[in-house]
Design a protein around this ligand. Sequence first.
Ligand SMILES: [Zn+2]
Length: 459
Amino acid sequence: MKTVQAYRFALDLTPAQERALLGHAGAARKAYNWALARVKAVMDQRAAERTYGIADELLTPSLSWSLPALRRVWNTAKPEVAPWWAGYSKEAYNTGLDSLARALKNWSDSRTGKRAGRKAGFPRFKGKHRTTPSVRFTTGTIRVEPDRKHVVLPRLGRLKLHESARKLARRLDAGTARIMSATVRRAGGRWHVAFCVEVDRAARTPARPDSVVGVDVGIKALAVLSTGEIVANPRHLNAAQRQLRALGRSLSRKVGPDRRTGRDASKRWQRASKRLSRAHARVANLRRDGLHKLTTRLAREHGTIVVEDLNVTGMLANRRLARHIADAGFAEIRRQLAYKTSWNGGRLLTAGRWYPSSKTCSGCGAVKTKLALSEREYECQTCGLTLDRDLNAARNLAALAAEITTAGSGPVAGRGADHKTRHGGPVAVKRQPGTASAGQTGTVPPQGGTTQRVLTKAH
Ligand SMILES: [Zn+2]
């Protein structure tokens, strides 16, 4: 199985190497900003000409937004725009132009409705202090040195790694991996190199192919499994978050930069700001580590994993929940499980967005109308079952998978959990008033594909 994945390593750079990288990142920004200005100028010119009533074919020719076209325009202009251009790799300019081409495409696709999700705005200019320095190499010598402690990149030469690249090197030596590109960027005060690698993976099967596990991504814990296991947050995460808040407060008390008055940041502010960004990086690292360990373990062990489909964008708008949800990384867990189950020969099922996994009783199938987020215990009024709220949800998710499997039409049946899928049949009838069993009055009629199951169980 061929997959594309990233291998990311921290770098230990010399000051000269760091300067060279910042130079490359600056060159990328220069190409981006120049080309964006060019695109804007042409667009404005055409708009103005249209208002004079000039025929479409006589307008200033439009500028193509494709990467090759942008590169051609840049290459003819660079001796004038950036006389220093030869000092940096051509890949630097390519990095900037490529990100502009993508941004323009996203914007136009979003406008015409070709792109789903949140509206993408028109690209903005990149400021020196607001941009993450980054440069991507796609051609030339990119390799890991035999000592596995150094990498070689075009123009930059030999860079020391902070950690061993043995995992990647082993694959390269065995011929099961091919490096497609390398991106160097700075995050949280530390430089990293990320190799985009095409990997030939051996087919695998999960340790327990028939096992089904429901995963409820928790707020207090990292996750609750239908097996009853509570996966706690990574150690030190809470402490790191406390430190993060303290550093944020400390920064706010110092004299920061002010654009309006042109005031520069104080040395203390700069130091505090550096400390804060390192703390941010540490929290992110701890969280990512915890998520990876969890998802790897689940994907290696279970044949089927069921998760909820949460409207993360909608939930992030809720300020109080926002931090928790961002922390727990709902979307990230789902993303990791999706590719890790495919690597391990398992499958990932997603319950429909409207499936009431928290409100349904995992014992008898009764559905509650309301369940406040503060209610940590699920108490069923119909059968009297009392258990942890998240465990109840996880069990419902697991049961959903069993249902799909017995309904039995392979992976397509997975879509049975999707709210878009309509099920026919006599059971999927909307419940009439008065027909509800005791204690069930006013329950929400479950929607979509899950209707069948919940209704059958409720009667
Ligand atoms: Zn019940």
